[in-house]
Ligand binder design. Structure first.
Ligand code: WQD
Length: 343
């Protein structure tokens, strides 16, 4: 029988790509999503790519009663992958209680439900923001965590702490936190991708929207950093590579291959790319000269960070395959397809 995996936030950006990869690997996917930042139609697009339409239950994981109803309906769940969360750094500074409330209550509710209904395994979306500005680069998993720069980042740190404490106190629960660097791009079919609400905060959607004509120009936040070209450096990884890491992590838990009950991994390419290099990549793959100007620094930006993914490479047998150009090309294809309503 197919193993059943619950994907919270499964119609969102990373959740939808992960649902596709899970289905391709023979899992039975059940999505829980409140559609706060996505659409039910994404389940149809997942079907167009994978041939299987995942079950979609529309409710908020913060609603304990609905969660109980869910677990009474769906039995024999092998594992949960928990994506559903708020994720905008700037918004979290303005609305901290929304962020702490949503991101932490959803996690606590799920863990309580796992205990109550005997679901043993959880994969959690964490972030490289837990490292702040690391002293040593590339950053390894044993780098010290820094005080979070935003309520959003703090919810990821506290979330990991909740998992550490829960898996310590209850040996029936195992968890893996995946610390994402900067996911970009879209599925090569251009049927699913990132669709930010309003003005994008992140670099790549801002680039593709500018090129498409939806924004006047991109602001490059600073060229006076201590980096070769003065702009900030990040580790951009293709969302499909990232999605595959979730399949590997969930299998590791189900097959009992985890070394401890709480593990965490850096998911990145290991390559640092500056903002100006990212723009060049976009211009190369699209043939478009991007309109941009250098402005002042953005408050709270880390100067440079990229992953040492060797622990994930070794332990999970996972590594990124796509290049920056390939990822950028899929982001551009997606932008074109979604705007021209050809999806
Ligand atoms: C990338 C670079 C900007 C927009 C993200 C997430 C955060 C966390 C880590 C998951 C920076 C520059 C951006 C623009 C620009 N991920 N930039 N002009 O800051 O690394 O954070 O990854 O938890 O939640 O938000 O990503 O895409 O915002 O910025 O110059 O209009 O692009 O200064 O150097 P960041 P980003």
């Amino acid at each position: 029988m197919k193993k059943k995996i619950v994907v919270t936030g499964g119609t969102g950006y990373i959740g939808s790509h992960t649902s596709v990869e899970l289905i391709k690997e023979g899992f039975d996917v059940v999505i829980i999503d409140n559609l706060y930042n996505s659409e039910a139609e994404v389940a149809d697009r997942i079907e167009m790519i994978s041939g299987v339409k995942p079950a979609l239950e529309i409710f908020d994981v913060c609603d304990q009663k609905k969660l109980d109803e869910f677990f009474s309906k769906y039995k024999d769940i092998a594992a949960i992958i928990h994506f559903a969360a708020y994720k905008a750094v700037g918004e979290s500074v303005a609305k901290p209680l929304d962020y702490y409330g949503n991101n932490l209550i959803s996690l606590i509710n799920l863990l309580n439900a796992m205990k109550k209904y005997g679901v043993p395994d959880l994969v959690f979306s964490s972030s490289c923001t837990v490292y702040g500005q690391p002293e040593k680069l590339p950053v390894t998993e044993d780098a010290p965590l820094q005080p979070a720069m935003s309520p959003y980042g703090n919810t990821k740190q506290i979330g990991e702490q909740i998992l550490r404490d829960t898996t310590f106190s209850d040996k029936n629960i195992k968890a893996i936190a995946l610390r994402y660097f900067n996911p970009i791009g879209a599925h090569p079919s251009a049927l699913i991708g990132e669709l930010p609400r309003g003005v994008p905060e992140n670099l790549v959607p801002f680039i593709t929207q500018t090129a498409y004509g939806l924004r006047d120009e991109l602001k490059v936040y600073g060229n006076d950093y201590d980096t070769p070209d003065g702009s900030c450096i990040r580790d951009y990884l293709h969302v499909v590579d990232l999605a595959k890491a979730h399949v590997v992590a969930v299998k590791r838990l189900i097959e009992g291959k985890n070394k401890t009950n709480f593990e965490f991994f850096n998911l990145g390419t290991g390559i640092g790319v500056s903002v100006l290099e990212a723009i060049s990549s976009f211009e190369r793959i699209s043939g478009i000269k991007l309109k941009y100007k250098i402005t002042g620094r953005r408050a709270g930006d880390i100067e440079k960070i990229w992953a040492d993914p060797s622990f994930a490479n070794r332990e999970l047998g996972w590594k990124t395959i796509s290049t920056l150009d390939e990822a950028m090309k899929t982001a551009w294809d997606w932008e074109n397809k979604i705007r021209s309503k050809k999806v």
